[in-house]
Ligand binder design. Structure first.
Ligand SMILES: Cc1cc2nc3c(=O)[nH]c(=O)nc-3n(C[C@H](O)[C@H](O)[C@H](O)COP(=O)(O)O)c2cc1C
Length: 174
């Protein structure tokens, strides 16, 4: 299946998570394309048979480019869509449980979106961001677990494979 992995990232860690997911789904035998949320074109959505969309969390919200895309995906993509987020608060303890690995057309507020641990690299932050992160006591925090991300991606890849087999099994038997 043609799978589009989209990430909305300000400082790169969500993009990194997306690359891990893309590599694992690709290793599952699928044709994977990665895109930044701001650069997703109409053709990308038309060609995608399944989509994974992830966003960094800032100020307790996903980035607006991701929320806008989640709405578009619900309207324009008929294949399965998976959502994920990357942040430092409310990191999902068990993103491998079925509810967190199922396709999700409900948007980031649906409640079933796994949050993977992110990272704060103070060197890349603006002054305002650094002040905020300092006040929150999150300076230099690194909560990344790319193995766990890979395991989640494997669960998604299995479902993409099942969806592909499901669609081929509807072909007439001759
Ligand atoms: C200014 C700022 C605000 C943040 N606000 C939140 C937040 O409200 N909730 C959260 O879970 N993480 C928050 N984070 C942590 C980011 O989600 C985390 O650093 C993430 O890895 C950033 O992703 P990115 O590198 O793709 O931009 C914040 C980070 C910064 C720098």
């Amino acid at each position: 299946m043609r799978v589009l992995v989209i990430t909305a990232s300000k400082h790169g860690s969500t993009r990194q998570v997306g690359e891990v997911i893309a590599a694992r789904i690709g290793a599952g035998g699928h044709d994977v394309l990665t895109r930044d949320a701001e650069l997703v074109g109409e053709a990308d959505l038309v060609l995608a048979e399944a989509v994974v969309l992830g966003s960094a969390i800032y100020g307790a919200r996903p980035l607006s480019s991701a929320t806008a895309l989640a709405t578009r995906l619900a309207e324009e993509v008929t294949g399965p869509v998976w959502l994920f987020a990357v942040g430092l608060k409310s990191v999902t303890r068990d993103p491998l449980r079925p509810a967190a690995t199922r396709p999700n057309h409900g948007g980031f507020r649906s409640g079933a979106v796994p949050v993977f641990g992110g990272v704060v690299d103070d060197a890349g932050l603006s002054r305002a961001e650094r002040a905020l992160i300092g006040a929150l006591g999150a300076s230099g925090r690194d909560a990344r677990d790319l193995e766990l991300v890979g395991a989640w991606a494997d669960a998604v890849a299995l479902q993409v494979t099942a969806a592909a087999q499901g669609s081929s099994s509807t072909l007439p038997v001759v």
